[in-house]
Ligand binder design. Structure first.
Ligand code: 5GP
Length: 207
């Protein structure tokens, strides 16, 4: 799509909902590009710089906020800062690709305010018990951190009313299919197809 803003797909969900894996499984869908966020979080050993995130200092993050470089930004879990550079939108528009943002609920709210036509998808675990099992099996967090993430998940699910779609991740295969289907079907929205319809109408010899 070559308009002034590319189509934007927002994917959010509680920590441990499996949203990163689901977004990973979107990679085969043609016409999509994936935003790279800036963050002040330290890089994990499994992450290559510039691929998952642009890892920057707090001072640099603040500089970029002040110079208006972010489409949205937020402090996640009251700790590190994360933001989507506006440049990601420009690059996607130039390339004619739909932009996928994997961001938290605070960021999603900001994007929806600025770009109301963005498509917001919320990934949820099937139950609290399932989420707790997943968080424990990652072996990443102590009991206290797990309790904090579960409470965070409850709050996020309770405040998910502004999302357009919900994908319940009880089965990875099915949930991946649903997310891919949303990405593809959202291109057929009437309001995104004025130009195509105009050309088709033209082929009928008039307007
Ligand atoms: P992690 O540190 O585990 O990669 O990500 C932690 C959380 O930050 C996840 O919920 C992720 O979706 C969110 N996040 C990642 N990038 C951004 C961003 O650019 N903006 C916002 N608002 N949240 C982000």
């Amino acid at each position: 799509m070559a308009g002034s803003t590319p189509r934007v797909l927002i994917v959010s969900g509680p920590s441990g909902s499996g949203k990163s894996t689901l977004v990973q499984n979107l990679h085969g869908v043609p016409g999509l590009t994936f935003s790279i966020s800036s963050t002040t979080r330290p890089r994990r050993l499994t992450e290559s710089p510039g691929k998952c995130y642009d890892f920057i200092t707090e001072a640099e993050f603040k500089r970029r906020i002040d110079s208006g470089e972010f489409l949205e930004y937020a402090q996640v879990f009251g700790r590190h800062w994360y933001g989507t550079p506006r440049k990601q939108l420009d690059d996607a528009r130039r390339a004619g690709l739909d932009l996928v943002l994997e961001i938290d609920v605070q960021g999603a709210r900001q994007v929806k305010q600025k770009l109301p036509e963005a498509i917001a998808i919320f990934i949820v675990p099937p139950s609290r018990q399932d989420l707790e099992r997943r968080l424990r099996s990652r072996g990443q967090d102590a009991d206290e951190a797990i309790a904090r993430r579960l409470e965070g998940a409850r709050q996020e699910i309770a405040s998910s009313a502004e999302y357009d779609f919900v994908v319940v991740n009880d089965d990875l295969e099915r949930a991946s299919d649903e997310l891919r289907a949303i990405a593809v079907a959202s291109r057929c929205r009437r309001r995104d197809n004025d130009e195509r319809l105009r050309k088709i109408l033209e082929s009928f010899g008039g307007s």
